[in-house]
Unconditional design. Sequence first.
Length: 273
Amino acid sequence: MARRKSEEPESISGGWINTFADLMNLLLCFFVLLFSMSTVDADKYEQLVTSLSERVDIFDGGGKAVGEGAFISSGTSQKISMEQYFNEFENSGKDPDREDDTSEMSEEEKYKKKMAEEQEERTRALYEEVTQETEKKNIEHMVNVNMDEQYQFVQISLNGAILFASGSDTINKSALGILSKVGDILKIYDSHMIKIEGHTDKIPISGGTFPNNMWLSTARATRVFEYFKDEKGLDPKTMEATGRSKYDPVADNETEEGRAKNRRVEIKIYTDK
C-alpha cells in the first residue's frame, strides 16, 4: 500500500511580526511607567529617561497594527519624548519629604510657612544691621549680639559687672559710655518692641537694699529702662523692663566664671514693629 505523503506546513505570513514588536514596545513602556512611579534615585532615573528618549523607536507600520496612541504614529518611525511623557507622572506625586514641596499643604499651612520664612529673613537682616552698628561704635567687644532661634528678636547682652556694683541697682559711671552707644543703636529701632531683662546668678543676697535676686534683677532692668527713656529719648510705650533673677542662666552657676556670665542685662529688639 502506497504511503501518503506528509502534509507540507502552511506558509507562515510575516504580518504578525509588526504586531508582536508593538506589543513588546508597549510592555516596555508600561514597565518603565511603573518604574518611574516608584521611589528611585533621582540621578539614576534621569539617566534612564535620557537613555530611553535617545534609543527607543517605534517600528514602521505601528499605526496599522495597534492604532493611534500616545506612543504610536501612523506608520512612521520617530523618537519618543519619554522625559516629557513621564514628567506628568513625576510632577503629579512629589516627595512630601522635600523641603520645597507644598503640594500636600493646606492654604493655611502654606501661609504660615511663607510668614515664617519672611520672619526669619527680617530677623537675619536685623541681626546684620545691629552687628554693623556695634562695630561702627567700637563696642563689638563689650557687648554680645545674638539672634533668637525662633527668629523673633535680636539681643544685645551687657555684662552685669560692668553696669552695676555687687548688690546695687545704680549704674556705674564707667558704664555710661557703653550704655549711651547702645541707646543710640536702639534709637534706630524705636518703633520696635524693646524688652530689657535683668539677670543674676543663683547666690542669695545677704543684707542690702533688696530682699532677693528677683527684686535686684527687676530694679536693674528698670534703671536701664529709665536711662534710655530720660537720656536717649526712647519711647517708653515700646519698651518693657522685667527681672528674671536666676531663672534663665546662660552658664554654669557652680563656677565663678559661669556666675559672672549669668549676671547680665539683655536688651531684646523684636523684629516686628
